[in-house]
Design a protein around this ligand. Structure first.
Ligand code: ZN
Length: 452
């Protein structure tokens, strides 16, 4: 359209612009004042500090903690912080999404400067517009960005890194031969054992909590989704039917992975980026590979898209394209922009993913859209003549393909770091043994630490 790339929320001509700027900046300033007032508080003081702040502001302990944690996280992301303070693009809610996703990073990574630098880079990329009046990324896109960054800097712990007491079922072994000691340790790829917790509730109901590894969980959730959508029943009812053997399911699991990039991330359309282990397990079960470049161009005369065309649209859109909707595309309908009855072809270039609810709004013709078949951009045209553009965020978009390269580079760098760290630790352990120093790890049950 020949216009400068910009965010729709920062459009100074918009009716709500000034009010939004005032709200976001004053809310931010308020929490910065709270931050100054509560520092320096130790962990033990925190309950007292929030009690005082509650007295002065009426805010709850949980709200105070959440917002101040979000600012603390922002303080570790200098580029993002500068962006927030110079534009007010993001409010405290957005900062909260970022903070609460970063908390899920493995503990040993949370102080890693490389992770924080990578997060800062990826968030700046996420919050840099590429179109005019672009729609701000929603919760799902923000959470996905942070999760994907964390996974990109995670490296599998070297298998010989931590032979800890208590984890070894064989117990301490009075043995000096490293080869036989290794045999007493659990294998590095020990499958994650499922955990089931069954609880009788007061009302007579029974609660089941099942924890499984990611690959198993994805297969279960795909089976449940398949039965639910096939029988038009809830996910819960579908699961009950499956468990009781009232239905059988053919599980179809979609995985998106660039074939031309080494160690490319594998992504699942509802569970997001996979762990190395899950990617390996699921890759071993692949029965069919579809060329997505071909599927993007494919056309069918039928109203319902072929499996390949549907996979192509899901991989491009990733979520329902309606402004602000976060529903996963895999659970959405493919909508013909130009109706099939009016000659609109059944092809990715004429279709977008909309959830059932928003598909109905669209057919009511209260809002219109234009799809750019080359980029996947969707221009939403409102009744009052205003518009916004939503950029596609799926793994098949050019931006995400470039990110897959970054992912691959970070992974190899982290593997090198993990290997170097493991070697250094082995050397240290060897030295301390040579010097007859007391064991570095106090595992309690193991008086004789591993001899390497
Ligand atoms: Zn929707």
């Amino acid at each position: 359209m020949g216009m400068r790339a910009s965010w729709a929320v920062l459009d100074a001509d918009d009716f709500y612009y000034s009010a939004r700027q005032a709200k976001v900046s004053s809310e931010y300033a308020f929490w910065r004042i709270c931050q100054v007032g509560t520092e320096p508080a130790s962990e033990e003081d925190w309950t007292t500090v929030t009690a005082m702040l509650h007295r002065s502001t009426g805010m709850s302990h949980g709200t105070i903690t959440r917002h101040l944690d979000a600012l603390h996280t922002l303080d570790r992301l200098p580029r993002l912080k500068a962006l927030v303070e110079s534009t007010w693009l993001l409010d405290m809610t957005h900062l909260g999404y970022i903070d609460r996703t970063i908390i899920k990073a493995p503990a040993e990574l949370r102080e890693d400067a490389f992770l924080w630098a990578a997060l800062d880079d990826d968030l700046i990329e996420c919050f840099t517009p590429s179109r005019a009046r672009q729609l701000l990324p929603g919760k799902r896109a923000i959470v996905d960005t942070v999760s994907n960054t964390i996974r990109s800097v995670e490296a599998a712990a070297a298998p010989d890194q931590k032979p800890e007491g208590g984890e070894t079922s064989a117990g301490p072994t009075p043995c000096e031969d490293p080869a036989s000691l290794m045999r007493t340790l659990p294998p590095p790829e020990d499958p994650f054992s499922p955990v089931l917790d069954v609880q009788d509730l007061a009302g007579g109901e029974i609660r089941f909590e099942l924890i499984v590894d990611q690959a198993t969980g994805i297969r279960i959730s795909d089976a449940v989704s398949g039965v639910a959508s096939g029988g038009k029943i809830s996910q819960a009812k579908a699961m009950v039917s499956l468990l009781l053997g009232n239905v059988t399911a053919t599980v179809t699991t979609l995985l998106y992975q660039a074939s031309d990039i080494e160690h490319a991330p594998a992504l699942h359309p509802t569970h997001g980026i996979l762990t190395d282990r899950a990617a390996e397990v699921l890759a071993g079960m692949v029965t069919r590979t579809i060329d997505m470049a071909g599927a993007a161009e494919a056309v069918t005369h039928a109203y319902v898209p072929t499996f390949g065309i549907r996979c192509s649209i899901i991989g491009r859109d990733w979520v329902c394209r309606w402004p602000g909707c976060n529903r996963r595309a895999a659970r959405c309908d493919a909508d013909h922009r130009v109706n099939h009855a009016e000659g609109g072809p059944t092809t990715a270039g004429n279709m977008i993913m909309l959830c059932r609810h928003h598909h109905n709004r669209k057919t009511d013709e209260q809002i219109h859209y234009v799809l750019d078949p080359h980029t996947g951009d969707v221009y939403w045209l409102f009744k009052d003549g205003t518009w916004t553009v939503s950029e596609a965020v799926g793994p098949l978009t050019p931006k995400k393909k470039r990110w897959a390269q970054t992912y691959s580079q970070r992974r190899s760098r982290q593997y090198e770091r993990a290997a170097a760290k493991a070697a250094a630790e082995r050397f240290e352990a060897y030295q301390s043994k040579a010097a007859n120093a007391p064991p570095a790890r106090t595992s309690g049950s193991d008086p004789d630490p591993p001899p390497f």
